[in-house]
Design a protein around this ligand. Sequence first.
Ligand SMILES: [Fe+2]
Length: 185
Amino acid sequence: MPATRIAYVPSADAIELLVIDHDKIRKLFDDFNRSHAAGLKHEAERIARQVCAELTIHATLEQEIFYPEARAELDDTDLVKQAKVEHAMEQQLIGQIAAGFIDDDKYAAKVRVLRENIERHMREEEDRMFPNMQQSGLEMQEIGARILARKLDLIAELGAGADNRRMGKRRRRSEFGNYASRRAA
Ligand SMILES: [Fe+2]
């Protein structure tokens, strides 16, 4: 069935949208820790998959839409190159977690390492790249509209968005695991 398209995309500032994603990702990592510490294994595994899905969608939006704008606009293109390398490394861990199970040896360790890497990456964006972009004079509402539209496409394409609960767990897992592996390649 074709993905549902919407004709109108509400305006939103690109950087605000990306920071909202960051905060959601941070909260999900906290939720994972709580569930894991409480011995709620299946809940912890579900949350870890949700983190992987959110991160993959977020990284795709940055790489397809935001980073090309940043690269064209900022003098410090090393910032963008570094962010892309970090994404590629993160995707390898995401692929392993998305294809894994909570009882796997090192599963929780992988989630912890992913969190540390992602936190560093998000801080770098929030402290350096985003403020520089805010001063660039680029039209953040227009970039934000493209980010929102692409996000809806990705959620439909992956069936892995946090709010998509229609698919069975197995299908969601395999489709998302394949996508995460492709992005890590
Ligand atoms: Fe980001």
